[in-house]
Design a protein around this ligand. Structure first.
Ligand code: B3K
Ligand code: ZN
Length: 890
């Protein structure tokens, strides 16, 4: 397949100024009339017009109303005899397509008898012939015609300007978008939908209508999405002075969707998973995900839509920035500082368990990639989450106000344009000329160009005679494909030094006249740098990379005692949590290295268990933070710390650690459980969800302890809780406690849960994934997965369902998946091939389950490679899957 290179970018030979689309919607054969005005781009050499198209039936092409000659070059429509000169001309193209056959869910498709579109990145070409690239921005007007009874609601971008009846029971609606946009932001929706509506007045005094459209029957699950949308509108005005630029803003939910949601101008289309919630069906996690995703898509209205990407290599321009914005939004909605810290820890956990492995594996790519085969493969944690960290570091270097000034300048310069990551960084730096960012900009931008996770190595030396503490920091970054040597990065390092009482010492560098109150941020720019702190009376414990101030791996040879000191005292909640994680990883690695992990093994040392007990009992800490500290590092995260990975051994050790925490702290878990019962009305705020999370964790440990001891009291209580719970979070946590501890009552609770929620697709997804992601016991999960695929509710065609069964198993259950008999890999290769024929994007995501095959111990390693080779050998693979498996084998 053809490789697209960033260096080959050239501006388009033509501009498209206006697009007038008419749709006659019919599932089997939709007719699309596309009337455009175009003009040559005088800045580039004359070229034929080459329009992208995919799976279209072409009926007619007219130029200025006259028939014209054209030819096909692959799937592109090529027009050569176009009017000369700078004059605009009209091009009219008539095509048809078959939405009901569209299983890729790109372009125009049918879901539950309604029509939806998905155009990013290159789906618009599946609707009509077009210059399907983000730097071609046009004004759109759209007329939709359809059967009125079947499709009473007809939506597109912008404002509804006309609607009415047509013959034969049909009707029409005409929409005009007042803003120019690239084709990837086009959307239409038609079907039987109902909406929740809210009128709001902006700070600027303008009135807007907000709408959330869902299927009839789901209206009682739209309140939280609407609240999240209202909060988003208010936040972007307050924090960045960015107001809603449309009279009407719509969100529509569909249950067939390849990813989370899509920021089409004025008409966001969402996976139901990120819209629908009520306390009976959604968990606290669902509520908080909905808030982030609604925020994220809304914030794209400025960062992505008003200013878009020049080309797809610049994807992080909008995605990294918008993830940063949604993270800040969620943090700003927290009233308590501790809740902000919890959000930060959760975000870092995602980065380190998903992005760090990506950066070290075959799909490693810079935040601004240099090449791709299929752009859909680059909607990655690197573009999104690492991209957000890069923006966060800019904010750290210029300060919060400086960053807001930078955003203002960015919009002054580029509103309405399609730009690059360089343009963004330049605006932030130019608005802060005296900042470290401005001084270091070219070097800072290595974060955009160099792939791989930098490692920062620290050593500390205390000199009692000189009363000084010298911290030496050095950085390195392993080579990645095509990038053998890495230049040093600009790394902001949040730093504090703790004294013996756990308090932060004032920080005074040698040469500085006076101490500066901690915390401070130092900027590491060299391969190695030394900081000497003076007036230090005793050896301190350094707290480095506070708040996770840069997306790096920090290596520091802490003693257990030092980590326990940080865990007990650090004023930085992130590093406090991190100290506990380091201790746990250390014990895990020691046990994994030891010859065997017999049943009843106790990998954790007493000091750690004691520290966990103190955390659980600490009245000053809130529940959500305790839950994070008590959560052991995941199996995937532990695997990344090892050179050779035996997933079975990691699982055995981590399960032994869980059992040990369950048994050793049994009395505390019981107290914690009883102390975190809320009897008031359900609210999904961070404090109450933290309490539910900790109570749920307690229940799981109590059930695990009971399975060890054979006691039946807590499993019984858990089953009662499962039956009587007043909200999904408590109910699901109880169910998960039974499943995760492997208690016999799970076999009674699971069918009961299914029967209770058989008509709630999103809950049934949870029911599937709870089982496919459950701890493997003697290889029992794969047979269960195969059995679940025969369930009447299973379908590979629905992405949410396919993910809840197949991806949860292959990507979320390492011990179930990596079997010595290779049956997990055989299953994986069959599913990848099967899905590839239906939906390449979903298949290519699943294909990445074996990204880290080369780190595996034998016999896994060879068997995994063989399975990848089997997929790669399949003829007519999609570009998507082909790119993933060929990179894995390279
Ligand atoms: N921009 C979309 C992602 C589109 C993915 C296309 N394969 C959602 C988001 O990031 O907000
Ligand atoms: Zn996005």
């Amino acid at each position: 397949s053809a490789v697209i290179n960033r260096a080959d970018y050239i501006a388009p030979a033509y501009w498209i100024d206006t697009v007038d689309l008419s749709f006659d919607l019919d599932p089997a054969k939709t007719r699309v009339l596309n009337k455009m005005t175009l003009r040559r781009n005088a800045d580039v050499p004359a070229e034929p017009l080459k329009l992208d198209g995919e799976e279209l039936n072409l009926a007619r092409v007219l130029v200025n109303g006259q028939g014209t000659s054209f030819r096909m070059e692959g799937e592109q429509l090529v027009l050569e005899n176009l009017p000369e000169g700078a004059e605009a001309f009209e091009l009219e193209i008539f095509t048809t397509c078959a939405p009901v056959k569209n299983t890729k869910l790109m372009g125009l498709y049918v879901s539950n008898d309604s029509f939806f579109t998905q155009c990013e990145a290159e789906g618009f070409r599946r609707i009509t012939y077009f210059l399907d690239r983000p730097d071609v921005m046009a004004s759109y007007s759209v007329t939709l015609r359809a059967d009125k009874a079947k499709y009473p609601v007809l939506l597109s971008n912008g404002n509804l300007v006309e609607q009415g009846e047509l013959e034969g029971g049909r009707h029409f609606a005409k929409w005009v978008d007042p803003h120019k946009k690239p084709a990837y932001l086009f959307a239409l929706v038609a079907g039987q939908l109902v909406s929740r509506e809210q009128r709001i007045t902006s700070r600027a005094g303008k009135e807007h209508t907000l709408q959330v459209y869902v299927r009839p029957g789901d209206l009682d699950k739209t309140e939280h999405a609407m609240n999240s949308l209202m909060h988003s509108v208010a936040w972007d005005e307050a924090r960045f002075g960015l107001s809603l630029d449309l009279e009407r803003f719509m969100i529509v939910a569909t249950s067939d969707f390849n990813m989370g949601a899509m920021e089409n101008k004025g008409l966001n289309i969402f996976n139901t998973k990120y819209v629908l919630a009520n306390q009976a069906t959604a968990t606290d996690t669902d509520y908080s995900n909905i808030e982030s995703v609604v925020g994220h898509e809304y914030f794209h209205n400025w960062t992505g839509n008003r200013i878009t990407c020049r080309d797809w290599f610049q994807l992080s321009l909008k995605e990294g920035l918008t993830v940063f914005r949604d993270q800040e939004f969620s943090q700003d909605l927290c009233f308590e500082p501790s809740a902000r810290a919890v959000k930060r820890i959760e975000d870092v956990r995602v980065l380190r368990t998903a992005q760090f492995p990506e950066d070290a594996g075959p799909m490693a790519h810079p935040v601004r990639p240099d090449s791709y085969i299929e752009i859909s493969n680059f909607y990655t944690v690197t573009i999104y989450e690492k991209g957000a960290e890069v923006v966060r570091m800019m904010q750290t270097l210029v300060g919060r106000d400086g960053f807001a000034k930078g955003m203002k300048l960015y919009f002054e310069r580029h509103d309405g344009q399609a730009v690059t990551c360089d343009d963004f960084a330049q605006a932030i730096a130019d608005a802060n000329p005296a900042s470290d960012l401005a001084r270091l900009l070219p070097q800072f931008k290595r974060w955009y160009s160099q792939a791989g996770t930098p490692r920062v190595h620290g050593t500390g030396v205390y000199d009692a005679a000189a009363r000084s503490y010298t911290l030496t920091l050095s950085q390195s970054c392993a080579s990645t494909a095509g990038q053998a040597v890495k230049e040093p990065f600009v790394i902001p390092v949040g730093l504090g030094l703790l004294d013996a009482d756990g308090a932060d010492l004032p920080l005074q560098l040698a040469g500085e006249a006076a101490p500066v109150a901690a915390p401070r941020t130092f900027v590491l720019t060299e391969a190695g740098q030394t900081l000497t702190f003076t007036h230090i009376d005793a050896e301190p414990v350094p707290s480095i990379l506070r708040g996770f101030s840069a997306p790096v791996v920090l290596e520091f040879d802490y003693s257990d005692a030092q980590l326990l000191h940080l865990l007990a005292n650090d004023i930085d909640p992130f590093n406090r949590w991190e100290a506990g994680q380091r201790l746990a990883v250390r014990s895990a690695i020691e046990s994994i290295a030891a010859s065997a992990c017999p049943a009843g093994a106790e990998p954790l040392n007493d000091a750690y268990v004691q520290a966990m007990r103190s955390v659980l009992r600490d009245p000053a800490l809130d529940a959500a933070f305790k839950e994070l500290v008590l959560t052991l590092p995941g199996e995937t995260y532990i695997a990344e710390q090892l050179d050779v990975v035996d997933p079975q051994r990691i699982h055995a050790v981590r399960e032994a650690m869980r059992a040990q925490l369950a048994t050793a702290l049994a009395d505390d878990w019981a107290v914690v459980y009883e102390a975190h019962q809320d009897n008031g009305a359900y609210t999904p705020d961070p404090l109450s969800s933290g309490r539910r999370a900790l109570a749920g964790m307690a229940l799981t440990h109590l059930c695990i302890a009971a399975t060890v001891s054979g006691d039946s009291v807590w499993p019984g209580k858990t089953y009662q809780r499962f039956k009587a719970a007043g909200n999904m979070t408590d109910r699901f946590n109880a169910l998960a406690a039974l499943v995760s501890s492997g208690h016999a009552l799970a076999a009674e609770a699971l069918p009961r849960f299914h029967a209770m929620f058989k008509d709630e697709a999103l809950v049934i997804d949870k029911w599937f994934s709870l089982q496919t992601g459950a701890p493997d016991r003697g290889g029992n999960i794969l047979p269960a997965v195969k059995q679940l695929m025969k369930h009447a509710d299973f379908s590979l065609r629905n992405p949410n369902r396919a993910r809840s069964v197949v991806s949860t198993f292959c990507q979320g259950n390492p011990a179930g998946f990596h079997r010595a008999d290779a049956a997990g890999y055989v299953f994986w290769s069959e599913r990848v091939i099967e899905l590839d024929a239906i939906n390449p994007q979903v298949a290519a995501r699943l294909a990445r389950a074996l990204d880290r095959w080369s780190k595996l111990a034998e016999p896994y390693r060879s068997a995994a490679r063989e399975a990848i080779a089997r997929v790669a050998a399949k003829s007519d693979l999609s570009k998507d899957t082909h790119e993933v498996v060929s990179r894995a084998l390279a």
